[in-house]
Write a protein of this length. Structure first.
Length: 140
């Protein structure tokens, strides 16, 4: 019985140490919008290029090495150009934190357009329905 307890304690320590290190992507607080989602069949054929702008206005790109590390504008431009030459149908999306100034988002869009993107879309969170009994529900 005692060896099993030791094994469990070692596993517990391993999970406690590694769990904080396992993060997915870059943390971004997306704005809410009632936008229509992209067709899943289209996304199955063409993986989107996503440029992320975090709260500190750093750029990230999901293609190439180290998508979780900031990329320079030159790197984003070069990778976008290369990808769009291979597949011009690739959807190009911007995922920007709500706290990022508008000018930073526009600069990223212009960078993507100069790299060959004909259309640039935005990633948003869906609008959450209001809880019952809250604003918007008046009695007439």
């Amino acid at each position: 019985m005692v060896p099993y307890i030791d094994v469990m304690l070692v596993l517990l320590v391993i999970f406690m140490i590694t769990a904080p290190l396992l993060k997915e992507g870059v943390k971004v607080d997306l704005p809410e919008a009632g936008a229509k989602p992209i067709d899943p069949e289209f996304l199955a054929k063409h993986e989107p290029l996503i440029v992320t702008i975090d709260s500190k206005a750093r750029l990230y790109i999901n293609f190439g090495t180290n998508p979780d590390k900031p990329a320079s504008e030159a790197t984003v431009s070069a990778r976008t150009t290369a990808l769009l030459r291979r597949d011009p149908q690739t959807p190009v999306l911007v995922k920007a934190d709500t706290t990022v100034p508008y000018g930073v988002v526009v600069r990223a869009m212009v960078l993507l357009q100069h790299a060959g993107a004909a259309k640039v879309g935005f990633l948003t969170d869906p609008i959450r329905p209001a809880a019952r009994g809250q604003a918007g529900g008046g009695a007439d």
